[in-house]
Design a protein. Structure first.
Length: 197
């Protein structure tokens, strides 16, 4: 295949990936996961952090029920590779959140100097983890909205340091943006592509 055809194929693939995420389901599921993490922070109950990944299992069934009957399904990669990429993306995000919760828990058994540094910079560390996770999702899943979410998430956490207000509120506010955007897109998607009787 020559370079011109390759560029055309890559452009088509990018457009299809963009169309694939226009239903808002990814935004909705990730928003619910972040909301659960925000509630864990607000309630100061890190023991429940393992439950935040549960909504991820609903993504593919919802995709199959809502999107595929309306738009069909096209693949540039094998089903196994796509499943692996999606699973890896979700696991990466969950592992980052679990690692952050682990820092809260393990930090109590560390030297006072380290705990002081960790405590004073926890929000900066968290904003870095969150921003990188959302940027990775944007790149890995070809979803440009997640670039915006990454920037908004980091700014909300920085704002919680400057104002200041509880970190859980910043995380929950970001989650609300994702969930509301996701719901809006799902409703618009269903209205735009009604199922034939």
């Amino acid at each position: 295949m020559n370079d011109t055809n390759l560029l055309k194929t890559n452009g088509l693939e990018q457009k299809l990936y963009t169309a694939y995420h226009q239903d808002g389901l990814l935004d909705l599921i990730v928003g619910i996961i972040i909301a659960l993490f925000g509630l864990v922070i607000l309630a100061d109950q890190p023991a429940f952090v393992g439950m935040i990944g549960i909504p991820a299992v609903f993504y593919i069934p919802l995709k199959q029920r809502i999107s595929q009957p309306r738009m069909g399904y096209i693949r540039f990669e094998s089903k196994e590779k796509q499943t692996f990429k999606l699973t890896l993306s979700v696991l990466l995000g969950v592992l980052v959140l679990v690692a952050l919760a682990g820092l809260f828990i393990v930090g109590n058994g560390m030297p006072d100097s380290f705990r002081t540094i960790l405590r004073e910079n926890m929000r900066l560390i968290f904003s870095g983890f969150l921003g990188v996770s959302l940027l990775a999702a944007a790149l890995f899943l070809n979803n440009r909205r997640f670039y915006v979410y990454a920037v908004v998430g980091v700014l909300l956490i920085w704002a919680s340091m400057l104002v200041p207000f509880h970190l859980g509120i910043a995380v929950t506010a970001l989650a609300a943006i994702l969930v509301l955007t996701g719901l809006y897109l799902v409703i618009q998607f269903i209205r735009r592509y009604p199922l034939d009787e």
